[in-house]
Design a protein around this ligand. Structure first.
Ligand code: ADP
Length: 486
């Protein structure tokens, strides 16, 4: 099958969270399974052309509502036989930020990503590489689905191409002024409540849900959650209308990038059979972060975007008490909410040697935290899939999570009677629940050590690989193709 991934980010070029990780790795797994896959993202200023060997290949004329807008196409080898394409347009993508600057979203974001979506399909036509499936991701490239069903509905090389839309985070829907439809060349007949219209504005994700042949989200539990009024964030009704074409497929990870036995970003290596290197990772993390170098402390890690939904208010509600009462240290890495930055700075001052934080995005440090910590906090309010807990488990750091979305599907709660489990799970979204569950985890670390070590070994098994989920995507692609081709 020929499959085009079109997305606003992809690792290793540019990534701000799970979306980029998935778009960077799933195409390679599909390619290894025998498919012909390309990935198309914008050529942002942040992308290091030299490092990735990105070269410009030509210019393309993209037809938008108000006329032609030309762009360049750059390319590089993405790996495992996948080719990466980049939409080169200085005014739209050569900017200081990807989505925003200083927390302020660019006002023309809807137009920028609609253009990306259309340019990607233009590349296919111009190079005569006609995909069987266009796979779009989240609101930024939901317009790819819309364009295929409007501009490219008839007399187009793409008229037999099926579309799949993956919802990574339903909290972001791409809403804005309806004038963008003129820019896109989408007629007013599509500005209706079941397509684009949303309280007088446009909603890209909603239109994508209407037009896509299949919709997926990133875990089976989340596929149920988004069909409820609370979890659907206003779109439950539209998703329920599409329930026959809605699938929940768990994200995978590329275990080659996260292998504690070989990871070059780690100071020492370890395996499930020999965890001794993990102690050195812990010592090195304590040293790097200015924590007391105490092997006996239970180290708690947290790597996250500091945004609502990640359960940071719960952390704020209990961390001080945990630091006073438990024999623990805490390491935080992330950025986002300035109030949480201030909270962490204050915590670090009040608990020197016991708390360390680093504000920013640092991949190496993220790996070192996964490997050097004993427990990993992820008390999310909602979590479509979550990758961090998978990385943490892979590196023998047991996750403490709330039972929601992909966390419910990937973390097996500790069974104190026989030592089963791969982490510690709580239900209620309350600081006390997190506090007591963390306490349970810490007491297991100290008092039921044999269980803790068995759980680490179990958690490290490479269970959540893309190889496991590729057949599920293949089924979805076939389902989408049947809808288009009969
Ligand atoms: P989300 O997609 O909601 O951000 P996920 O858990 O699915 O959450 O994915 C987060 C990914 O981003 C993980 O790979 C995590 O390691 C990485 N990440 C998040 N924040 C940082 C950071 N500050 N530095 C390095 N990596 C980070």
């Amino acid at each position: 099958m020929k499959i085009l991934f079109v997305a606003s980010e992809a690792s290793p070029y540019v990534t701000s969270g799970g979306l980029g990780g998935v778009v960077g790795t799933l195409p390679k797994a599909l390619s290894r399974a025998g498919h012909d896959v390309k990935v198309c993202i914008p050529l942002y200023r942040q992308i290091d052309r030299a490092k990735h060997g990105i070269e410009s290949t030509g210019a393309h004329c993209v037809h938008m509502g108000k006329g032609e807008i030309w762009c360049g196409r750059a390319r590089c080898e993405h790996g495992d036989g996948v080719e990466a394409w980049f939409v080169e347009h200085g005014e739209m993508f050569d900017r200081a930020g990807v989505y925003d600057e200083g927390g302020n979203a660019y006002p023309d974001n809807l137009g920028r990503f609609a253009y990306l979506s259309k340019a990607a399909q233009q590349f296919c036509k111009d190079t005569n590489w006609i995909p069987d499936v266009v796979h779009a991701h989240d609101w930024p490239t939901a317009p790819a689905v819309v364009f295929r069903k409007t501009w490219d509905a008839w007399y187009s090389p793409l008229e037999k191409t099926a579309t799949v839309l993956t919802i990574h985070n339903i909290g972001y829907q791409g809403t804005g002024e309806k004038g963008v439809l003129d820019f896109m060349g989408i007629g007013p007949e599509h500005f209706t409540p079941e397509k684009f219209e949303d309280y007088g504005r446009v909603n890209f994700l909603k239109a994508g849900i209407h037009f896509a042949d299949c919709i997926t989200t990133v875990s089976p539990t989340h596929a149920q959650e988004i069909r409820t009024p609370e979890g659907g964030k206003g779109l439950a009704m539209y998703l329920n209308d599409r329930s026959w074409d809605l699938f929940g497929i768990l994200n995978g990870i590329d275990y080659r990038d996260f292998d504690s036995a070989t990871d070059k970003l780690l100071p020492a290596h370890f395996t499930a059979d020999d965890l001794s290197g993990k102690a050195e990772c812990k010592r090195a993390l304590q040293e790097r972060m200015g924590l007391w170098q105490d092997p006996a402390r239970c180290v708690i890690g947290l790597v996250s975007r500091f945004v609502s939904g990640k359960g940071l208010d719960l952390v704020q509600g209990m961390m001080e008490r945990a630091l006073r009462e438990m024999h623990v240290q805490a390491v935080f890495l992330g950025s986002g909410d300035p109030a949480f930055h201030a909270y962490l700075a204050d915590l670090q001052v009040r608990f020197p040697g016991q708390v360390a934080n680093w504000i920013g995005y640092d991949e190496a440090l993220a790996h070192q935290i996964y490997a050097g910590s004993d427990l990993y906090l992820m008390p999310s309010g909602y979590e479509p899939c979550g990758l961090s807990q998978l990385y943490a488990m892979r590196y023998g750091s047991l996750p403490v999570v709330r039972r929601t979305g992909g966390l419910a599907d990937t973390v097996w709660n500790y069974q104190e009677w026989d030592g089963g489990g791969t982490g510690f799970v709580f239900d209620e979204y309350r600081a006390e629940s997190l506090y007591y569950t963390l306490g349970w985890a810490v007491s297991t670390y100290f008092d039921r050590r044999h269980h803790f070590v068995e759980m680490q070994k179990r958690a490290m098994a490479p269970v959540f690989s893309w190889e496991r989920t590729v057949p599920e995507y293949e089924k979805v692609y076939e389902h989408a193709l049947r809808r288009v081709r009969g």
